[in-house]
Design a protein around this ligand. Sequence first.
Ligand SMILES: Cc1cc2nc3c(=O)[nH]c(=O)nc-3n(C[C@H](O)[C@H](O)[C@H](O)COP(=O)(O)OP(=O)(O)OC[C@H]3O[C@@H](n4cnc5c(N)ncnc54)[C@H](O)[C@@H]3O)c2cc1C
Length: 551
Amino acid sequence: MAKPVILAVDDDTEVLGAVERDLRQHYRSDYRILKAASGGEALEAARQLKQRGAAVALFLVDERMPGMTGTQFLSEAIKLYPESRRVLLTAYADTQAAISGINDVGLDHYLLKPWDPPAERLYPVLDDLLSDWTAHVRLPYDGIRVAGARSSPRSYAVKEFLSSNHVPYQWIDVDADPSTRELIRSFGDSTRLPVVFFADGSRLAAPTNRELAEKIGLQTKARLPFYDLAIIGAGPAGLAAAVYGASEGLRTVLVEQSAPGGQAGTSSRIENYLGFPSGVSGADLARRAATQVRRFGAEVLTQEVVRVKREDPYRLLQLADGTEVSCYAVVLATGVSLRTLEVPGIEPLLGIGVYYGAAMTEAATYRGQDVCVVGAGNSAAQGALFFSRYARRVTLLARSESLGKSMSQYLVDRIAAASNIEVMTGVEVAEVRGAGRLEKVVIREAAGGRERELDAAAMFIFIGARPRTEMVSELLDLDEKGFVLTGLDLARGEGRPRGWTLDRDPFLFETCVPGIFAAGDVRAGSSKRVASAVGEGSGTVGVVHRYLETV
Ligand SMILES: Cc1cc2nc3c(=O)[nH]c(=O)nc-3n(C[C@H](O)[C@H](O)[C@H](O)COP(=O)(O)OP(=O)(O)OC[C@H]3O[C@@H](n4cnc5c(N)ncnc54)[C@H](O)[C@@H]3O)c2cc1C
């Protein structure tokens, strides 16, 4: 933690030098002593310090300065640092300045120049003020700070990105912190939230995932000109393919648009994964797997793949920043994204009360409030159980007449045993309402169509999934729901797939383009489970080896 600052301001360079010397002599072991020769310069320094997350303990300011008086400076500076102690320096008993200082800027003291000897006339006063400041202030966090608002969906997305990449940060709600709001206003564009402040003093306004990734030191550019194997998606399937590919000597790159873990990474507790009898959190599993991937030497790029191209014998991944990754073989492990709920009122509330998936970063925000979980599958059940640890009451809204149809029995039992989870079956969400935040969820009974309103501060939606195949939709054969067809499913009883020119059948997990494989949830016929995604991801590497022998 950097030392707190004492900022001395005087336009008389001789006096400023003397103040600095005396301050350093007594305070340098505990404080950073900074100086400025005018109110304007000092204000700029205060802004820079605030942006870096530094604490200012005390302003020691000359009153009579050209351009901006000491009192005028303090009235601006305390908007940034409301807790700092304020001392005015005056050349004579300037009672008027002292009175207006006390009234206008809550002056703590005014000191007459000169203050010799400082041991008698300067240090006792400042010691007292500084010990008072130390006793009351909460020292600022000196890591990454995300300053945003609950009403800003991008603020939520940035928090999700950082936490799923295991990057610690401090959240500052600008609606509850006027000094940070003031700092952001001074940048001239206070509408672009969140503003992310970094320890080196730089900042990004409403950054994209890629901008953040570059800033926090994640790899975004491929190091090699060519790879044996490129994997798209770092969910369980992609992570497993990367571990096996790299450990078996293939030059392997794994490209993930968000953070390792995929859907599994958002699960609060996975209880049916082999080897973890008391369950494992998705975040933990993802962190361990990503470490394993890197230990075996695979590269992990934070980038979105926008298109996959075939230029025989090469396969090319086109990335969102316009660059390309070249390789022989591709494993498509892009999984699924949660299906969207199309009801009136939902769009403006996304990220500010309405969330797809588990949104674990938001759980604490809704502590003690009422929330709804929509869905009847295992992920909805896990979501409801997770939020029940924070919320006052969780209402699980299911369209089906009973949970048992789509939910594992152990989760049905857990839900029944949770005292603050209420289950409503045979209902659907008809509308959501709220201004700047979610307030009401309108539900409609399937039988009879009767509608009623529920109070809810948040709604978490888990209503099935859609395969993520945009980047291959023109290249690969998909089933009627958009999942990727592989292996024997490709032939559909008509011999080999359309356009297939090789004199062998497609390998297991191979798509209609030789050398492009699919694994995990994105593959037609997959089991939509962590263990099977891991099995398929690792299984593809065996067939990739066989394919590489043919290239
Ligand atoms: C909340 C929740 C709880 C669950 N709990 C369990 C459980 O307890 N037990 C269980 O067995 N299963 C559980 N599941 C299901 C399980 O998580 C999935 O079956 C599994 O994660 C599928 O893995 P995957 O690697 O195929 O795809 P995903 O996990 O969906 O991962 C796909 C990855 O690809 C990335 N990606 C997509 N498109 C691109 C692109 N264009 N460029 C770069 N990257 C891209 C995504 O960002 C994502 O990280 C749960 C799912 C959810 C949502």
